[in-house]
Write a protein that binds this ligand. Structure first.
Ligand code: MN
Length: 219
């Protein structure tokens, strides 16, 4: 049997390259912010995920699970951080190049939220009001065959199982503080200008039809 995808072995995750230069998202997101965010912050989640997986391999080999709770926590936090950042880079594009919401995206948004503006208002408010560090997330929930807007604290809390993130907005301070200081709302309003609606449409089509996981670039 031919397997279309092969597994990522434990500890073998890699930082995916940015799909554009550091300055591509200016003036919404500065080159300095993008470089630090990708090269340092995202990298740390990749490293943390690899370390957690290797540590759990060792725990299984040694039959020593004294620290299993700690490593499972690291697995959830860093694994979710790696996945969400990998999506975040791809659903953004240089201002003016991301097109408009695609037909499936608009259909599913209208179908559940009633209108694009109703969705956008909920997403914007939910994202702005994430407590401390986290994300605003538009998911496809296959269990209910529709979209939903969720907040995620840190990377992994307050989510619904089995949902697939379609559109994600990082509101950790490292995503905006150099450019917007404490004005999280200004960052989110400007961030809408960066959406790569072609990629959102592609992700949604994949999620609705998914039989196998979407391979993330670099994983
Ligand atoms: Mn981040």
């Amino acid at each position: 049997m031919n397997m279309p995808y092969t597994m990522v072995p434990p500890g073998q995750h890699r930082l995916p390259p940015l799909p554009y230069p550091y300055n591509a998202l200016e003036p919404v997101i500065s080159s300095k912010t993008l470089q630090l965010h990708h090269d340092k912050h995202h990298k740390a989640y990749v490293d943390g995920l690899n370390k957690a997986e290797i540590s759990l391999v060792q725990a299984r080999e040694r039959k020593d699970f004294e620290y299993v709770k700690y490593w499972e926590n690291e697995l959830a936090f860093n694994g979710s951080g790696h996945i969400l950042h990998s999506i975040y880079w791809t659903i953004m594009a240089p201002p003016g190049t991301g097109g408009q919401p695609g037909p499936n995206t608009l259909y599913q948004i209208n179908n559940y939220f009633g209108s694009f503006n109703a969705f956008k208002e909920q997403f914007t408010n939910a994202t702005e009001k994430v407590e401390a560090s986290g994300w605003g997330i538009l998911t496809w929930q296959p269990t209910w065959r529709r979209m939903e807007v969720l907040q995620s604290e840190k990377h992994q809390n307050l989510t619904q199982w089995s949902g697939t993130p379609i559109l994600v907005c990082d509101v950790w301070e490292h995503a905006y503080y150099l450019d917007y200081q404490n004005r999280r709302g200004d960052y989110i309003n400007a961030w809408w200008k960066l959406i790569n609606w072609y990629e959102v449409e592609r992700r949604l089509a994949w999620a609705i039809n998914a039989l196998v996981p979407l391979t993330l670039n670099g994983t």
